[in-house]
Unconditional design. Structure first.
Length: 145
């Protein structure tokens, strides 16, 4: 019995770090947090249709290891998209955050890291933030303006 208990404890000690590592999100890094928000839908025959989302609130929540996003906490910052879906968060300290959007009664979350020392990746007008009906929230760069 003592041997079985010892084995179970050792097994748990070995598996818990693996489970914790798997639950950590993949962060998308930015030098500043701005861009255009759109809702994308697949088009028959291939490709995607994109609808710019105006007057939609984006919220920035602190990211903490092991704590779920957005349910029992208040956002640190908010931004509202303009008529072209453009937004910008200003005066945000470097760090890890959850970027959250509520649209069509759904919560979309994206893990972001803000690092002012990072080289400028793209102008705000080239940064696309896309959500879709399957619950995905991703970023992309516009190839032309």
């Amino acid at each position: 019995m003592k041997m079985r208990l010892t084995f179970c404890c050792l097994w748990l000690m070995a598996i818990v770090p693996v489970l914790s590592a798997q639950s950590s999100p993949k962060f998308v890094s930015f030098d500043r947090l701005c861009g255009e928000l759109s809702f994308v839908t697949p088009v028959s025959g291939g490709g995607m249709d994109s609808e710019q989302l105006s007057d939609v609130k984006l919220e920035l929540y602190p990211w903490e290891e092991g704590i779920a996003c957005c349910r029992n906490s208040h956002p640190f910052f908010t931004a509202i998209t303009d008529k072209e879906g453009a937004f910008e968060f200003k005066n945000v300290d470097p760090g890890r955050y959850w970027l959250a959007v509520r649209y069509q009664k759904r919560l979309f979350r994206l893990a972001v890291a803000l690092d002012a020392d990072q080289p400028v990746s793209a102008a705000c007008g080239y940064r696309l933030f896309e959500i879709d009906a399957k619950g995905h929230f991703k970023t992309a760069l516009r190839s032309e303006m």
